[in-house]
Each structure stands twice: as C-alpha cells, then as structure tokens.
Design a protein around this ligand. Structure first.
Ligand SMILES: [Zn+2]
Ligand SMILES: [Zn+2]
Length: 269
C-alpha cells in the first residue's frame, strides 16, 4: 500500500514530465496515493527561474484534473511545496487552499532569512548562525498550521558538512517543535539519489542525515513520512531507502489518509 506525497512537474523548470506521466508510473507500480506537490510559484515572482509562474496555476489544476479522470483507481492529491515566507501566507491560504481547493501544502525551506538576506539552504549553511536561521524558518512554518508535513527537515546537510554540537542543538529544536505542533517530518528519498558528499566524517548522502533520524527516535509523539520527491516520472514511489531508515530507528509512520478526497458516494440500496 504505497503512498507518495511529494512529486513535481516540468513547470518548476528543474523537473521533467507532467502529472499524467507521474500518474502512469504510479498506477503501474500499484500506488494508492499520488500527491502532486510542485514548487509553489511566488506571488512576487521571486526565484521564478526555479519555480512555475502564477500564470501556470490554471494549467497545473487542469493537469491534475485530467490525470484524475485518466486514472480513477489512483487517488491524486493536489498539493504544493511552499517556502515559508510570511508575506506569502495569504496567497497560500486564499489562492491555493480556498480558491483552488488544494488538498494539502508542504513546507520546504529551500530559502530562509539570515542577517536580513534570503539565503539558500542547498549551498549556504556554513556555520551556527545559518543553522539557527534555518531552524527558525522551519519551526515558524510548523507554527503556521498551514502545512501537512515538513519536507526534508535535514536539508541543511547538503551544505553543512559535519555532524557537530550545532547540528545536534538545532536538530533537537526542530524535533521538539515537530512534537509540539504535531506535524510529521519527511524522510526525503531524493537525497539518496544525489551524489554522495565527502566530508571529514566520511562519505554520506547530502541528506537524509542518519544522526538526525537516530536522534528523532528519542522523541515520543514524533511521526515521519517517506516520500520520493520525484523530479522525474520514473522516480515516483522510490522510497525504499527512506523506509529502511525509518525502520532502522523504529520511527512512527504518520497517517495522512485524512488528506484523501472522499470517494464519490455510491448509490445506497
Ligand atoms: Zn525541486
Ligand atoms: Zn520537492
């Protein structure tokens, strides 16, 4: 009973395929749920070389609608992966959730405010100060109550090489907040498909970070989810390594079935 709540489309300009292509693979592989969660457009056009534009929202809606018709046996959820930016929250709430009836939103902190500057998580977390600002951004996204889960909370491992007192401290803050706000954390399998990182502590995937998830096991009440973060259709449902990590540390799997659309009522006899 495989479910995958994190996938993209060509619209974000760094993924390939449209919803129907992901749905085809998902149906072939017997997935029960395909969550489409492309990167949100920015209402002010920020970072739009890596994101869809606002003008593409109609075609995103239509692509999901037609894939639902083509694969009625598959539950296709309409979602979006969002940056946590206070100025964008009304857009997420009013345009996406209310007007366009999105089924869910994911928070993914690819950018965060540090020393007054928007800073990229993938490349620029080099010291304690950036780690702190990143953790603050992630925790604020949890507190907003807008998001169904937090994508790759350990994404800082992509640019911060070592596991040290600082990663331990800020990882604990993130884990404590996830318990407090009762929000699942994602073990993101995309990191396993990326080129491993050489560090003074050995070679490892850029993320997920094993020590982060080992630490997560200490937190009762924490729940987790394994997703592919597919950027190509053939990656949909590829979560085996993330699930293995979850099993290794006996983490509790989140139940997101409440997101699934109610099936149409059948005639009652
Ligand atoms: Zn992406
Ligand atoms: Zn993603």
């Amino acid at each position: 009973m495989l479910k995958d709540y994190h996938s993209h489309t060509f619209r974000c300009k760094h993924a390939s395929g449209d919803v129907i292509d992901y749905a085809t693979v998902a149906a072939e592989r017997g997935l029960q749920v395909l969550g489409v969660s492309d990167h949100t457009p920015s209402p002010d056009g920020r970072w739009n070389t890596l994101r869809m534009s606002i003008a593409e929202l109609d075609s995103y809606d239509a692509a999901i609608e037609s894939a639902r018709k083509a694969y009625p046996e598959l539950t296709i959820l309409k979602g979006m992966e969002c940056e946590y930016i206070e100025d964008f929250l009304d857009f997420y709430q009013e345009e996406l959730l209310e007007k366009r009836k999105f089924d869910y939103l994911i928070a993914g902190s690819h950018f965060f405010l540090c020393r007054g500057k928007w800073t990229g998580t993938h490349s620029y977390i080099k010291g304690r100060e950036e780690l702190e600002a990143y953790a603050n951004n992630v925790i604020a996204s949890m507190a907003s109550g807008l998001f169904a889960f937090i994508a790759h909370p350990d994404l800082f491992g992509n640019s911060y090489d070592l596991w040290d007192e600082h990663t331990l401290y800020y990882s604990r803050l993130i884990l404590e907040a996830a318990v407090e706000y009762k929000i699942p954390l994602e073990v993101n399998a995309y990191g396993f498909r990326k080129r491993p990182k050489e560090t003074a502590q050995g070679t490892r995937p850029p993320y997920p970070l094993t020590p982060f998830w080992e630490l997560a096991a200490e937190y009762d009440g924490l729940s987790v989810i394994a997703n592919s973060d597919a950027h190509q259709p053939e990656e949909i449902g590829c979560t085996a390594e993330a699930l293995a990590l979850i099993n290794k540390y006996k983490l509790k799997l989140a139940d997101l079935s409440y997101l699934e659309r109610k099936a149409p009522l059948s005639c009652q006899k």
